[in-house]
Design a protein around this ligand. Structure first.
Ligand code: GLN
Length: 537
């Protein structure tokens, strides 16, 4: 097994996750089996309890683990399906060490960061790979952070254990451009590498994030001061069009060659064509459309990361540039003229969410889409909102609601899942992860998936109330996807509408640039069809 560790220098948000994912993509293009893993030094057990406005979306794995959004990058860039083993926080490490201490597992020893915490970290690295050829582990945060130290120490020990043979360190760093001086500066990088070397880690490769190309002199300087060979100074220019350009960019800098040489891995030639095709499609779309994303976390694209990515995949699939316009659900709630918000919008997407804020605005959006026959895609809360809207305005249950919003509503069309009723703890307690769904023949959902059974990932506490199923069906709602084990509504759609689909799960977590999720691709296809019809009429 070969191990690649990716650390970050100078600042956070350098795109280490994208770099790790792209390296994974390149190694797969060389025929290797890759597994990618993320360590986050914060003390939360997982990001499930964090605010998406601060931390970005909570990504959900097939096994129900709630993780950092970087795991989403890894799954989108590689063919892997990740699990609990591929995400680790300081919170989990300390909690496990303390549990073992209480169980008496340390046999009377003094429990310390070295070796007990570091051993725990190493065990998780060794356990990650199973049948992979290469394990890529990204360390969150920035070199020099106090909470990251035990992780770096564990990596140093692991390199020592492998006698330096099977381990490679990549340091992703920023080369800032000082506008006033008109030049790039390498000093912060020198200092962050010095910090790593102080800990006992000598990076093998330096990946330099930069706004403008780095000159040969600059590369020489970084090589000299950071003690890495010149060819191992890799330039990672800011991407102009799409994150999916990154594998191509890193390949042109020979990153995969250098990694394989250093780790002494013999592989086939790198077949980069699938990524070239993806980028080609993104660069030269044949048409455009506008999707209105009715949301409450504004200006924080990361809060809906996978939704944005899945929309871009459906653009690749449909040869179309999908422009996303964020519509503030709270503003919509106050609006005098709702139509105004949707003037140039070709389709409406309502993503997942929690709580009351902006909920009435979201209901207005669903109503607008239903009445004006605009393609509507409701995801999780977006499905629940469509149900509330239908109950209020088609079935005339004026105060219909979800018990999440109004517990005492007389028409609880969305209610808490049975097994959630006695749950008091917040972390990891929702209905999480992959569940099966059986599709109804002749439905739009079936036509999109073209199969009868699918598995989709969930993260919610509330569900459609089956007591209302008949009333909804009698008025034109089709329940086109049902969980066969518990008879829960997973997908619903309107009979008499070009494309109005709500799903209780999160399809965005299973979309990849080379394999768009079928519901996302058919949503955009419906938008394009409607646009074409409008033109001819
Ligand atoms: N708040 C809703 C629930 O818990 C929807 C959750 C979501 O959109 N992920 O059921």
């Amino acid at each position: 097994m070969k191990y690649i560790f990716i650390t970050g220098g100078v600042v956070s948000s350098l795109g280490k996750g994208l770099t790790a994912g792209s390296l994974g993509a390149l190694l797969e293009c060389r025929g290797l089996k890759v597994c990618t893993q993320k360590f986050d030094p914060y003390l939360n057990i997982d990001p499930g309890t964090m605010n998406p406005a601060q931390h970005g979306e909570v990504y959900v794995l097939q096994d129900g683990t709630e993780t950092d959004l970087d795991l989403g990058h890894y799954e989108r860039f590689t063919s892997s399906t990740l699990s609990k083993k591929h995400t680790l926080t300081s919170g989990q490490i300390y909690s496990s060490v303390l549990q073992k201490e209480r169980n008496g597992d340390y046999l009377g020893k003094t429990v310390q960061v070295i070796p007990h915490v570091t051993n725990e970290i190493k065990e998780r690295i060794y356990a990650a790979g199973e049948d992979a050829d290469v394990v890529i582990t990204e360390i969150g945060g920035t070199t020099g952070d106090i909470e990251g130290l035990p992780f770096l120490e564990a990596l140093r020990q692991l390199a020592l254990e492998s006698e330096g043979k099977n381990v490679l360190f990549i340091h992703v760093t920023l080369i800032p451009f000082l506008r006033a001086a008109g030049e790039l500066k390498t000093k912060p990088t020198q200092q962050s590498v010095a910090k790593l070397r102080e800990i006992g880690i000598q990076p093998d490769i330096i990946i330099c994030r930069t706004e403008i190309p780095i000159s040969d002199d600059m590369r020489q300087k970084i090589s000299l001061f950071c003690n890495v060979p010149l060819k191992s100074v890799i330039e990672e220019l800011d991407l102009k069009i799409s994150v999916y350009e990154l594998p191509l960019l890193l390949h042109s800098e020979k990153l995969d060659d250098i990694v394989c040489q250093k780790l002494r891995i013999e592989t086939q030639e790198c077949d980069i064509r699938p990524w070239e095709n993806v980028v080609e499609k993104i660069k030269f779309p044949k048409q455009e459309c506008r999707v209105g994303l009715v949301a409450k976390y504004l200006d924080v694209k990361d809060a809906y990361k996978s939704v944005y990515e899945a929309l871009s995949h459906s653009g690749i699939f449909n040869d179309c540039k999908v422009n996303v316009e964020v519509i503030d659900a709270e503003e919509l709630e106050q609006a005098e003229d709702v139509d105004e918000f949707f003037r140039d919008i070709d389709g409406i997407l309502l993503p997942g969410g929690f709580g009351n804020r902006g909920i009435e605005g979201k209901i207005l959006a669903a109503r607008f889409a239903r009445k004006c026959r605009i393609p509507y895609f409701g995801i999780c809360l977006g499905m629940q909102v469509a149900v509330i809207e239908f109950a209020r305005h088609v079935l005339s249950y004026a105060d219909a609601n979800s018990t999440e919003m109004v517990p005492e509503t007389s028409h609880p069309v969305i209610r808490m899942l049975f097994d959630q009723k006695n749950v008091t703890k917040k972390g990891g307690t929702m209905r999480l992860g992959s569940y099966p769904c059986k599709l109804t023949p002749n439905s739009k959902a079936f036509a999109s998936y073209r199969t009868t059974y699918v598995n989709e990932r969930h993260r919610h506490r509330y569900e459609f109330n089956n007591d209302y199923r008949k009333a909804f069906e009698d008025h034109g709602m089709i329940f086109s996807g049902i969980n066969p084990d518990f008879d829960l509504v997973e997908i619903l759609e309107l009979e008499d509408h070009p494309w109005f689909i709500g799903v209780q799960f999160h399809p965005e977590f299973q979309s990849k640039p080379q394999c768009t999720h079928p519901l996302f691709s058919s949503f955009i296809a419906a938008i394009l069809e409607r646009k074409a019809d409008n033109k001819t009429n």
